[in-house]
Design a protein around this ligand. Sequence first.
Ligand SMILES: Cc1ncc(COP(=O)(O)O)c(C=O)c1O
Length: 477
Amino acid sequence: MKLPKSGRDATEILDTLNALKTKDVDWKGGKCFAYVYDAGPEAMDLLKNSFNLFMTENGLDPSSFPSCLELERDVIAAALDLQEAPETAAGSFTSGGTESILLSVKTARDYYRSIRPEITSPEIILPETAHPAFYKAFKYFDIKPVQTKVDPTSYEAIPSEIEKAITENTIMIVASAPSYGMGIMDPIPAIAAIAKKHHLLCHVDSCVGGMYMPFAKKHGYEMYDFNLSVDGVTQLSMDFHKWGYAAKGASAILYKDSALRRHQIFAWSGWMGYTVVNPTVMSTKSGGPVAACWAILNHIGEEGYMDLVGKTQAASEKIRAAIKDIEGLRLLGNPKGNLFAFTAEDFDIFALSEAMKTYGWYIQPQFGFNTVPANIHLSVGASNAPHVDDLIHDLRKCVTDLRSNGTPPLMNELPAQLLEMFENAGPELFDLLGSTLGTDGSDLPDNMREINNLMNLMPSQYRDQLLVEYMNRLYVR
Ligand SMILES: Cc1ncc(COP(=O)(O)O)c(C=O)c1O
């Protein structure tokens, strides 16, 4: 578009915006098992109203907007309480899990620069299940990733593998509570003990579990301890905009010792303008996310979260039982919460996600990596719970259909000439694969089955190269 010469009518604009959403996944019907966290219409209205109330306030300057400061202090205090943090602890409100992780990694790097300046090439150890946000942080802040194997059956991180990977350049160990892919809790007490023994920082990534697992635990579900009370854990990320049901743009990075947070804060007065002091990545920031987060935490409250988690746990267990019962499907590992994944034993799993799409379901395909096969991930939320029987019915039907009708034959292995082509290709790789992919990259394909199959067989570095090129084309200019 170009800027219109004269401004358009507001109603017409809102109609156009609403019409744009019609092609999106239908999360309102409870059939989308990813991306959206919906605690019902009353909660949604409160989020919108509280967000709107603070949309224009600027969290950049707490002296001009003490309201934003107060809201943030409250939200962080609630998070610290939930994670059983000691009095010494502190945290920051951030825009999401990725920002919390970026800040934690930057803090670790700068803290080590101050205490161990001889480490010029810092390393962070993380299991194969840790979230890509860490690798993003490593790229931004020039840290070497040291990836360790997880157990090939349970997908839990292996403490002894982590200890073996420690070198004189290690600064931090990462563990997940739980990891996203298969929803698995790592043995955090054992990992944190290793970190403490070697005088290393230990980050628990509880982005997806921080507002869920404390309540699941109170419901009596057995799991490893994972919060800030665990000896050796030094920092923890948790998102409100997932199972806290807050508006998007709401997460926290928490440190057991507030002294560590100092390494996160940026201040600059050496220029010809106003002084900048930012605890987090953003400078100018809307007060909307923190206000909506404060509102939803107060609205739902402990009893409300217990109720939401109770319903979600029951729904998750029902789906897991069905997966174990449906011939041809296999649940991966032994997940405790509302995130889990399953694979297909004898048919194309990517055909299943496409088949379910035709019944209106969005379930998320994931590529295989090392010991985990290609699979489908489900994140079950409160809004999905009433639709679980329908989901199981359609899942059963689609699996039966696919197993009896078969799907078109697929490559089991990439042809050697294709691999050779990857090795020598740059951005033109996309063009080379254009006909196989059935897209020139400028649009979103309807059916992802073939593309997913091809990418599933690619080594991950080529997959990433291809996806970077795809994104670069998709956003056009
Ligand atoms: C375990 C974990 N860490 C980090 C993230 C990144 O969070 P965000 O998408 O809010 O940046 C996610 C997202 O699902 C996650 O599950």
